[in-house]
Design a protein around this ligand. Structure first.
Ligand code: FAD
Ligand code: NAD
Length: 467
């Protein structure tokens, strides 16, 4: 290996953003290197999306056996179930390893030079790679920054022994007896629910007036009901103050303090773009708050330097990172492309799941645009398949333009709502109208029929309004 190797493209970070842009650039004949300090696959594959969903899935399977109302009604009985969390984690690690090997294989077959080490930006064309076995330097015509994000740490609850990030929680060998979850957002509720299903006494401490403040109230209501059913103690408008011996001191908005039992605490109060410690200041990039500012083609303020994924700020989601990566590869291949997606789907793997695509009624300024919308809603209670699977709490909502019926948004909370995200995104992205959707035959009996019911409700309202 020479001291300085020259490439068309050097990518910093081998997560969903970094490995995708590298693969697409290599496919188009560009010589490409990826600098990754840890494992390819990044946060999503190694410590995020995949392992968290594996644990959520296992916890749900266990809980269905432990709470036998539904299977009992079907005439099925089993002995008292037990869970060996260490074995669950080994299974989860196996799923992760298989997928990570898959990504590594793709990079290898794509002829991408993966350099293991810490990237330090020297200038817009040069990156130093510091590895255990020495340093080397790579240079390129184009630099793509994809270093991702890191969990926000609270100064009064620094990560350590009993205070875990999501990564730490996904590695515990035993189910915590009393688990305090600070932050009732995506991670807090997804993993808090999983731990409650595995047997932890879970308390969620959320600073805002309600959990999942990023989603509208109607979507969160069934999730809040289920948290109560699962015995999860939800403290809203409350913040963590300090960790005591076996408890967490919390304070509500009126200044009243109380204690929450906690042998372990997980802090999930958001993630911050990973812009520090890599010499980025040398580039003098324009910033957008804590994130690297980019234009519609993911170009930064410095010529030849692009940024994609979590480092560019919200929404910090893997599928948005993939889409930015595809876009940048097209731009580097000489195509004129800008971000023109109408919606980035958001899915929360709570119980029940939430899916939100495009415009929600809450996005509209009351009194100005609301009258231009038609909203159709249907409950899963009327759906045959929901009754069979024993999960009826929830609804699907369709938001459309009243004048031409164009579908602007679809939201759902209910059984397997994550799987509705594809149809919802297609409807919005393809500019479908309510009539297009009504003319589509949906297989019976499926959960997706509730989507069709919501469309029918919207059409009924639209007709009655126009009469
Ligand atoms: P990352 O995946 O963070 O990858 C960045 C990579 O860059 C890392 O591998 C890092 O080691 C490397 N790196 C950083 N700095 C340097 C440097 N100086 N030198 C060398 N290498 C460097 N999103 C979803 O869409 N769906 C989900 O279900 C979901 N679940 C999640 C669950 C959890 C618990 C967490 C924490 C996140 C979850 N996310 C989910 C978010 C998702 O993981 C991120 O949006 C996604 O990983 C962003 O991809 P990225 O490539 O921008 O960054
Ligand atoms: P989040 O932004 O989803 O939730 C953080 C929550 O913590 C918010 O509700 C916020 O009000 C609350 N909070 C902030 N400071 C607090 C404090 N001091 N005390 C109590 N509560 C406080 O962040 P997250 O759950 O850490 O997840 C990080 C990001 O990872 C998400 O925003 C998302 O982009 C991504 N993620 C996505 C998925 C998914 O797509 N299913 C799953 C997990 C994570």
């Amino acid at each position: 290996m020479s001291a300085t190797d020259q490439f068309d493209v050097v990518v910093v970070g081998g997560g969903p953003a970094g490995y995708t842009v590298a693969l697409r650039c290599a496919e188009r004949g560009m010589s490409t290197a990826v600098v990754e300090r840890d494992a390819v696959g990044g946060t999503c594959l190694n410590v995020g999306c995949i392992p968290s969903k594996a644990v959520i899935h296992a916890a749900d399977k266990f809980h269905r056996l432990a709470e036998p109302t539904h299977i009992g009604a079907m005439g099925i009985s089993v002995g008292p179930p037990s869970v060996d969390l260490a074995a669950t984690m080994r299974w989860k690690d196996g799923v992760v390893a298989e997928l990570r090997d898959g990504v590594a294989g793709l990079l290898d077959r794509g002829g991408i030079d993966v350099r293991r080490g810490d990237a330090e930006i020297i200038d817009a064309r040069t990156v130093r790679v510091a590895a255990a076995d020495g340093n080397d330097t790579v240079s390129a015509r184009h630099l793509v920054l994809a270093p991702g994000s890191r969990p926000v740490e609270l100064s009064n609850l620094p990560f350590g022994d009993r205070v875990l990030s999501s990564t730490g929680l996904l590695e515990v060998g035993e189910v915590p007896i009393d688990l305090a979850v600070v932050g009732g957002g995506y991670i807090g509720l997804e993993l808090g629910t999983a731990m409650a299903k595995l047997g932890s006494n879970v308390t969620v401490v959320e600073a805002e007036d309600r959990v999942l403040p990023a989603f509208d109230t109607a979507l969160v209501r069934p999730v809040a009901r289920r948290l109560t059913d699962l015995g999860i103690d939800v403290r809203t408008a409350t913040r963590a103050v300090e960790l005591g011996d076996g408890n967490l001191v919390v304070e509500d908005r009126d200044g009243a303090r109380s204690e929450v039992s906690a042998d372990q605490v997980v802090v999930a109060v958001g993630r911050r773009p990973a812009t520090d410690g890599m010499g980025l200041a040398r580039l003098g990039l324009d910033m957008d708050g804590a994130a690297i500012a980019v234009d519609g083609s993911c170009r930064t303020s410095v010529h030849g330097v692009f940024a994609i994924g979590d480092v560019t700020g919200e929404p910090m989601l893997a599928h948005r990172a993939y889409a930015q990566a595809e876009l940048v590869a097209d731009v580097l291949a000489g195509e004129e492309r800008t971000w023109d997606h109408l919606a980035v789907p958001a899915v929360c793997f709570t119980d029940p799941e939430i899916c939100a695509v495009g415009m929600s009624p809450d996005d509209v300024d009351e009194g100005t645009r609301r009258d231009r919308l038609v909203i159709g809603q249907a409950s899963y209670r009327a759906n045959g398949r929901s009754k069979i699977v024993g999960a009826e709490d929830g609804m699907v909502r369709v938001v459309a333009d009243r004048t031409n019926g164009a579908v602007l948004g679809v939201q759902a909370v209910g059984p397997e709502a994550s799987e509705l995200a594809a149809a919802a995104s297609l409807a919005v992205e393809l500019g479908s109208t309510l009539d297009d959707l009504a003319a589509t035959i949906i297989a019976h009996p499926t959960l997706a029929e509730t989507f069709a019911d919501a469309v029918a409700a919207a059409i009924g309202r639209r007709d009655s309004a126009s009469r």
